[in-house]
Ligand binder design. Structure first.
Ligand SMILES: *Cc1c(COP(=O)(O)O)cnc(C)c1O
Ligand SMILES: [Zn+2]
Length: 428
């Protein structure tokens, strides 16, 4: 929708964003609904006016609302709260996890950033709030996405709150918990007979048609704005640690975008002087499942060639076989001295229970992936348990309850009498 460039100018005039820049060749474009470079077809990213970012203060942020919009002066949207399409996500708990740390051999603090506490129970509410606020400013009148589940859930809910029609596309074999929590909001939900990568390809074709000219696909035509929403997870962790950056972070990867944006958030905070880099910098670690590990495999094979896979396994929210930001995730992990690993379905199920039992957080399969990979990284010596570490839980266990349904259940079955309780061994 190049016709909306003029509207862009007004809707983001008071945002610190200045242009879209190609991550491949560096070409610059105006802020608009465009996601690929006209020169080299590379992906585009939002670039900011450094002077505008440098004016942001800690006091300004802490005086802001208790959600992601406290960081609005660092995001590519206008500053008027009435312009927002949002469920006001963010400022989710950063939980101290000493029991998990003890079990894994940590001597330094270990924290769980629990983003299942967002309104639709995943970190996707952050990216959707930013993308749809930008999209409405750009003049779009229908909201859409290609999703592995949580994104569809969040887009449908945001559209319902804003009173805007939505149409979301998902692979047909998603968990019930993701289908129902999306469909309940009443928008159109299109189940595609294929993988996420098939869904994404179809959406890239639909977005070019006249019939979808009015439609913002949050992770297709407004993807650069969407991606920036993930920065708020990095900002929050730093603020919640008392304006410090942890030495190590462990992040789940689907497209790899979230990982690159947490790193970008830390980099910005240091550049604009809100936070000092930790001595020795920070290290970024990426987590995938064994059923979908193209980025981690490229790292293990010491190559920048990411070979797409056909995903399998229970970590469906991470099942992107052809990850759009994979190269940039590799770059961030190598530059910071981190590492990547992947976990089998069995390790994921165990780790969901480990996290629950030691922290009180019930994670979806993606959180199981991240916790399992944390454990592996410590065991292999790649991650240093004597350095402060934050592990990200990005989704809610109730949405993928089947993952552990056969592993856990009542520990006793007893008739309601004292004698039966004694006979069952409840009294010792
Ligand atoms: C989408 C998603 C991710 C990863 O997102 P990317 O930015 O595509 O890497 C992680 N966890 C959960 C639960 C998700 O839904
Ligand atoms: Zn380019």
């Amino acid at each position: 929708m190049t016709s909306t460039i003029d509207e862009t100018a007004s809707s983001v005039a008071d945002s610190p964003a200045r242009a879209l820049v190609c991550r491949g060749c560096g070409a610059q474009f105006p802020l608009a609904a465009q996601h690929a470079c006209y020169e080299c077809f590379g992906p585009l990213e939002v670039a900011y006016d450094p002077a505008a970012l440098a004016r942001v203060t800690r006091a300004q942020i802490t005086a802001g609302p208790p959600n992601i919009w406290r960081y609005a002066p660092l995001l590519p949207v206008g500053q008027d709260p009435s312009s927002r399409v949002t469920l006001d996500p963010g400022l989710t708990p950063l939980i101290s996890a000493p029991a998990l740390g003890a079990e894994l051999g940590f001597t330094a603090p270990l924290w769980v950033k629990d983003d299942s506490a967002n309104p639709t129970h995943s970190f996707k509410d952050r990216v959707v709030s930013v993308a749809l606020t930008a999209a409405r400013g750009l003049g779009f009148t229908r909201f859409a996405c290609a999703s592995t589940g949580n994104l569809a859930n969040s887009v449908a809910a945001h559209a319902a709150r804003a009173g805007v029609p939505s149409i979301v596309f998902v692979p047909g074999d998603l968990e019930q918990g993701k289908i129902i929590t999306t469909a309940v909001y009443g928008g159109d939900l299109v189940a595609i007979d294929g993988s996420y990568d098939d869904v994404n390809r179809l959406c890239s074709e639909l977005v070019e048609t006249d019939e979808f000219e009015d439609t913002a696909f949050v992770n297709v035509n407004v993807r650069p704005f969407y991606a920036e929403g993930s920065k708020t997870l990095g900002y929050e962790v730093a603020e919640q640690l008392g304006w410090r950056i942890p030495a190590q972070v462990v992040i789940p990867m689907a497209s790899g975008e979230l990982l690159t944006k947490i790193d970008k958030a830390f980099t910005e905070l240091v550049e604009i002087g809100l936070v000092e880099a930790p001595a020795g910098g920070w290290r970024v670690f990426g987590a995938q499942s064994a059923g979908c590990n193209p980025i981690a495999t490229a790292l293990h094979n010491d190559t920048d060639e990411i070979v797409p896979v056909r995903p399998t396994g229970i970590a469906k929210s991470l099942n992107i076989g052809d990850p759009a930001a994979g190269l940039y995730a590799l770059e961030a992990v190598k530059r910071t001295g981190g590492w990547m690993d992947y976990a089998t379905d069995e390790e994921i199920r165990d780790a969901i229970q480990l996290l629950a039992r030691t922290t009180g957080v019930f994670a979806e399969t993606a959180g199981g992936v991240t916790t399992a990979v944390l454990r592996k990284l410590v065991a292999s010596g790649r991650l240093d348990p004597s350095l402060e570490t934050v592990v990200f839980n990005t989704g809610e266990g109730l949405k993928t309850i089947d993952a552990v349904a056969e592993q856990v259940g009542p520990t006793y079955r007893v008739k309601p009498s004292l004698r039966a309780a004694r006979e069952a061994g409840l009294l010792g």
